[in-house]
Design a protein around this ligand. Structure first.
Ligand SMILES: *Cc1c(COP(=O)(O)O)cnc(C)c1O
Length: 425
């Protein structure tokens, strides 16, 4: 299963990435880290270079119709937003953490009776910081942990918790795909259960966009935020996004307004009264960074070429399934049920990401045993050109991204992991 699109991306060579023990230094490395930072697409490079040229040759006139490629910077993001959801409900703006703060401010409305926030335990640190809006997090934030001996949350436990505590919960906010475990939460059923209890339901989609199919509007999600440098391959720190369901278009006006959220018809006339664009785009504050937006547009063109998420998801299921079965054949693999009670000091690993493909995206999280083994494995993998990423204390995440990874990458990853165990550990 080769990727028809792998040629569209620039993957670092073994030499470039510092894989000093690889016998073929000029071959592309085995990049299984698109969950953390997607590689550069050739389209992104070309579009960024085009915009640099427009800047050089048009300067301020590039904002409008004199833009030689018909992408005047004033409405550049209109070329980006449509593929993500309904135009009115998404905005291409800012960064994930800043957007999450904006959403918290608009949607977290605690009252003395209803003030709690329900989320997964060990959420991304940025998310934890933003959740402390107004109330003491020690009282207000309810964190759900897996059952003892388990690594991921069970849907039934989440739904029971929402039912039990719902009347005191103002906001349910989970990651769409959990960054550490790779668990894809049942987004639709959590949203439905939360709203049935009168809670707002929001999502951090950092690891979900470009990874799994999302129907934010149809699932009735209240709001969502994401970044674009992971599976969306838009480049380090690239422009982020947010979604606000159209049902909120009249009730949730942006408080931290900026001129870019103003009706484009009169934006440049700069009238004294703020008249926001209806919906998500009214939250825009500043004119967007065109170089990063161009990079995102380039990557999105590659997504569009494959027909967006449905075909990609099918390919993703095949690749991740293939990597999983190769890893499970390893003599060092132990079933996840045995991992938490294992006594042996012999080095081993398990997979903590759910077995059920509907409960995960591309990523598999490998947990190494006993403690201390992970770092050694990670270093040895890197030296041999397999790039995954470590998450302390004991996890290495490997993600075959369907846009550019191939079955060969999965085979290499599994084979080299085995040889690393054989030789080094
Ligand atoms: C990657 C990631 C972030 C990063 O936030 P930035 O504002 O883009 O730096 C935040 N939350 C989650 C869940 C992430 O996975």
């Amino acid at each position: 299963m080769s990727s028809p699109l792998s040629g569209q991306f620039v993957i670092p060579t073994n030499r470039e990435i510092g894989a000093s023990s690889h016998s073929e230094p000029d071959n592309a490395c085995t990049y299984l880290c698109g969950n953390s930072l997607g590689p550069m697409s050739k389209r992104s490079k070309a579009l960024v270079e085009e915009e640099l040229k427009v800047w050089a040759t048009c300067a301020v006139t590039g904002h409008f119709t004199s833009h030689p490629h018909g992408r005047g910077w004033a409405d550049f993001c209109d070329h980006i937003t449509p593929p993500l959801a309904e135009l009115k409900e998404v905005a291409c703006m800012g960064t994930l953490t800043a957007n999450l703060h904006l959403m918290m401010d608009s949607f977290y409305k605690p009252t003395p009776q209803r003030y709690k926030i329900l989320c997964e335990a060990h959420a991304f640190p940025s998310d934890q910081a933003t959740l402390a809006h107004g109330f003491d997090p020690a009282n207000a934030v309810l964190e759900m942990s897996p059952r003892s001996g388990e690594y991921t949350l069970r849907e039934e436990d989440i739904l029971t918790m929402i039912e039990r505590e719902g009347s005191s919960i103002a906001l349910v906010i989970f990651a769409g795909v959990q960054y550490y475990t790779g668990q894809w939460f049942p987004m639709q059923s959590i949203t439905r259960a939360a709203q049935a209890q009168g809670c707002i339901c929001g999502w951090d989609l950092a690891h979900a966009v470009g990874n799994v199919p999302l129907s934010l509007h149809d699932w009735g999600i209240d709001f969502a935020v994401w970044c674009t440098y992971k599976y969306m391959n838009a480049g380090p720190g690239s422009i982020a996004g947010l979604f606000v369901h159209e049902k909120w278009k009249e009730t949730e006006l942006p408080k931290f307004a900026g001129w870019w959220g103003h009706d484009p018809a009169t934006r440049f006339a700069m009238p004294p009264k703020f008249s926001p664009i209806e919906g998500a785009q009214g939250f825009q504050q500043s004119n967007p960074g065109i170089l990063v937006a161009a990079s995102l547009l380039g990557s999105l063109q590659v997504f569009k070429e494959v027909g967006m998420m449905q075909p990609l998801r099918e390919r993703s299921l095949q690749l991740t399934g293939a990597l999983e079965s190769l890893l499970k054949k390893s003599q060092y693999f132990v079933p996840v049920e045995e991992a938490s009670t294992r006594q042996s000091t012999k080095p081993a690993f398990t997979i903590i990401t759910p077995d059920d493909p509907s409960g995960r995206g591309a990523q598999l999280s490998l947990l190494f045993l006993p403690s201390g083994v992970m770092n050694k494995v990670h270093d040895a993998l890197n030296k041999r050109g397999v790039i995954g990423d470590e998450r302390r204390p004991d996890v290495i995440r490997l993600a075959p991204a369907p846009l550019f990874n191939t079955l060969k990458d999965c085979e290499q990853g599994a084979m080299i992991l085995e040889s690393v165990f054989d030789e080094f550990i």
